[in-house]
Design a binder for this molecule. Structure first.
Ligand code: NAD
Length: 439
């Protein structure tokens, strides 16, 4: 199934045309990363052609009644890249710059991430092209429910399982699961709660899912620090994006004794050479909607932010932030990619040349999908796991993936991103060879 239509431009997309334009190349970036690793690994040419394309692409234009009685038209996407290892899995994003190119890229990264993490999922991703800040809660609920209804059986607990991403959260997942269950016969509903992950705890969510991606980021930083005899208690860091991933990564680095020197989000960039308390900043963001105006901090511009002299940089916002232009500005030892695709191929080349270490996205931010897998398993088995059990299992999976990437980088004398792809592609290639191509 492949439903391709020309995406309609919403008002928000027109207003943010420059961002949309920039994102045209996101998928090209994934393809370049993939090609580099496929060449190095001498990937089977047939497997290569299969993995170089997406399986299904769904574009849906749908109407929603607004609070003032008018009808708004919206465009939503779901791209299913590959399900060789298990059901398609990946988040749902609400952002004006969401388009088919970006969703293709994000879906592909999910395929590599789940393969590397060793969990039985494939890769998918979706999004709606909106700026959610422009809508009331009631409108957002109707937009979410109508899109879920329109997706219908294109998602499903054993077929394609969405989760939160940029500007979506546990509440959006609760509306999605409720809408999906309403489409099932009454006696079937109990068996379908795992159609989305990242749900509120009471609605079938898992302990630890809210912090999972940030937790995984910090676990990989700890592993890297141990391997490099690097003392985290004296480390400094700065974080781009202070939403789910960025704020949790910042907060979980604090107990190590590390000091946050700067933070940035869509409201601006702030710095304080004496340190910013991530717990206090998280409270400020909850109250005010962003990092701007945090007491005791100084407002700085975006370039000054990226030039912050600190040991660790955690990009945890959007794609394409570390580029040929911005990578030379960085004054850090390690980039830990909380976001998907924050570094483009030109940015990567600069980091490699400058000897800045990298924990690549498909490794570093895999904690979210790993705990989503745990949530999915708990729902299937009607179980409820304790947090310490989840953290222990997450750490084990992150360590296994980290060690495979590190050892593959050494073996092939390559960079860590390429090594992460080599591991993921090797797993997929093995399964294709074992199973063959139908018929
Ligand atoms: P979120 O919506 O909770 O937070 C996004 C943050 O980015 C916000 O602080 C926002 O202000 C900031 N931001 C937006 N535009 C910005 C800009 N132009 N400059 C600076 N900051 C900007 O989203 P999230 O779930 O934390 O996702 C962040 C990144 O992490 C995305 O790349 C996402 O795909 C990736 N990711 C998320 C998860 C997850 O579990 N949520 C898992 C893996 C990867």
């Amino acid at each position: 199934m492949s439903v391709m239509e020309v995406p309609m431009k919403t008002d928000a997309a027109v207003a943010d045309a420059s961002t949309v334009e920039r994102k045209r190349s996101v998928y090209a970036n994934v393809v370049a990363q993939f090609n580099k690793a496929a060449d190095l690994a001498k990937l089977d040419p047939d497997v290569r052609r299969i993995l170089a394309t997406t399986a299904n692409e769904i574009v849906i234009h749908f109407p929603v009644k607004m609070d003032d009685g008018s009808i708004g038209m919206f465009t939503g996407y779901r791209v299913q890249h590959n399900n060789t290892l298990g059901p398609f899995k990946g988040g749902l994003r609400f952002h004006p710059a969401v388009d088919i190119d970006e969703v293709r890229a994000l879906a592909s990264w999910m395929t590599w991430k789940t393969a590397l993490a060793g969990i039985p999922f494939g890769g998918g991703k979706g999004g709606i092209q909106i700026d959610p800040s422009k809508y009331s809660i009631g409108e957002l609920e109707r937009i979410t429910r109508r899109f879920t209804f329109a997706l219908a059986t294109n998602i499903g607990p054993e077929f394609d399982i969405p989760a939160p991403d940029v500007n979506t959260n546990a509440q959006i997942m609760a509306w999605m699961v409720d809408t999906y269950l309403m489409m099932m016969p009454a006696h079937e509903r109990g068996r379908h709660t795992h159609v989305v992950t990242g749900k509120p705890i009471e609605a079938g969510g898992s302990l630890g899912r809210d912090k999972a991606t940030g937790q995984g980021v910090v676990y990989t930083i700890e592993m890297w620090a141990k391997d490099h005899a690097f003392d985290l208690s004296k480390a400094t860091y700065f974080v781009q994006g202070f939403g789910n991933v960025g704020s949790w990564a910042a907060r979980l680095l604090k107990p190590h004794g590390a000091t946050m020197l700067a933070a940035q989000d869509h409201t601006g960039s702030i710095s304080n050479p004496n340190g910013i308390d991530p717990e206090e900043l998280a409270k400020h963001v909850k109250l005010s909607g962003g990092v701007a105006g945090f007491p005791g901090s100084k407002a700085i511009d975006g370039e000054t932010f990226l030039k912050t002299r600190a040991d660790i940089f955690v990009p945890a916002a959007l794609e394409g932030q570390i580029t040929a232009t911005t990578a030379p500005w960085l004054n850090c030892k390690l980039v830990a990619e909380g976001a998907n695709g924050p570094t483009d191929v030109e940015g990567d080349a600069v980091l490699i040349k400058r000897g800045i270490a990298l924990l690549p996205d498909i490794l570093c931010n895999a904690g979210g999908v790993i705990v989503s897998y745990f949530e999915w398993l708990q729902n299937k088995r009607s179980e409820f796991w304790e947090l310490d059990e989840i953290d222990t299992k997450l750490h084990k999976k992150m360590l296994r993936a980290y060690e495979r990437v590190r050892d593959t980088a050494r073996e092939h004398k390559t960079d860590w991103r390429t090594a992460a792809y080599v591991v993921a592609l090797g797993t997929l290639e093995t399964v294709y060879k074992e199973r063959g191509i139908f018929p």
